[in-house]
Design a protein around this ligand. Structure first.
Ligand SMILES: [Zn+2]
Length: 241
């Protein structure tokens, strides 16, 4: 009972925090976002041993998407290669036309100059992005969104499938997002090198209406990653021209 009350209190504190301080974080991050020069980034090395020149800060939110953490974004944990930035935003834009009700959340990406990005093992050259899984309410399958706070380790502490969860993964939206990323990437001269999602969840992605397209056009890592990718999916991009 005490734990329930503690969680409730913490949730309320964090909600107030997100409405007040969070707004300030938003404003500051977006000022920094808008003041960036329009230059193309340069990815050096590999996602597991690399660096990034002229990294591009992501905005805190847009019409149908937001960052996992306003503070995380302000602290500089959501920089990417400029072309990955363009691909991400174009994909969200196309999804907004097709699924205006759906909200998407991106998670950690990397530092402005790349390099070691704890606790991640990759994310070193601006080409790796974590996306929080889109979810739906278990009770009626209506669309929902995971609220990322300290209590769930900014969404990295969620577990799917889970017997007592309010939400389940919305694989249709996850698949639609992957297709939108792939199509936007093609226009920008970018490839999707691989997608990392827990292997037992692949079949659910492949059985959606976009599953065939995904199976033909994208590579999923078949072995288990060092942490279970069930609350987020990791995408490694590759710059081709
Ligand atoms: Zn990752």
């Amino acid at each position: 009972m005490i734990i329930v009350w503690f969680k409730l209190m913490m949730t309320m504190v964090l909600m107030v925090f997100s409405v007040t301080e969070g707004t300030l974080f938003n404003v500051l991050n977006d000022m920094l976002y808008r003041s960036q020069p329009e230059v193309e980034s340069v990815a050096h090395g590999r996602v597991s041993a690399g660096s990034l020149g002229q990294g591009k800060r992501l905005p805190t939110k847009g019409a149908n998407f937001e960052s996992y953490s306003q503070l995380g974004s302000l602290m500089g944990r959501t920089y990417v290669h400029s072309k990955v930035h363009d691909v991400m935003l174009a994909a969200y834009d196309s999804l907004n036309s097709a699924y205006p009700e759906q909200r998407f959340v991106f998670a950690e990406t990397g530092w402005a100059a790349g390099g070691s990005f704890r606790p991640h093992r990759t994310h070193q050259n601006g080409l790796s992005v974590d996306f929080v899984v889109p979810v739906q309410k278990v009770e009626d399958e209506s669309s929902g969104m995971l609220y990322c706070t300290m209590l769930n380790l900014w969404c990295y502490g969620e577990s799917f499938p889970s017997d007592d969860a309010k939400f389940s993964i919305n694989f249709d939206m996850l698949a639609a997002h992957l297709v939108a990323l792939h199509k936007s990437a093609q226009k920008e001269g970018v490839e999707i090198e691989q997608v990392i999602l827990a292997p037992d969840l692949h079949k659910h992605v492949f059985s959606t209406k976009d599953g065939e397209y995904i199976r033909k056009n994208m590579t999923f890592m078949k072995r288990k990653a060092w942490v279970r990718h069930d609350d987020h999916y990791h995408v490694d991009f590759k710059i081709v021209d």
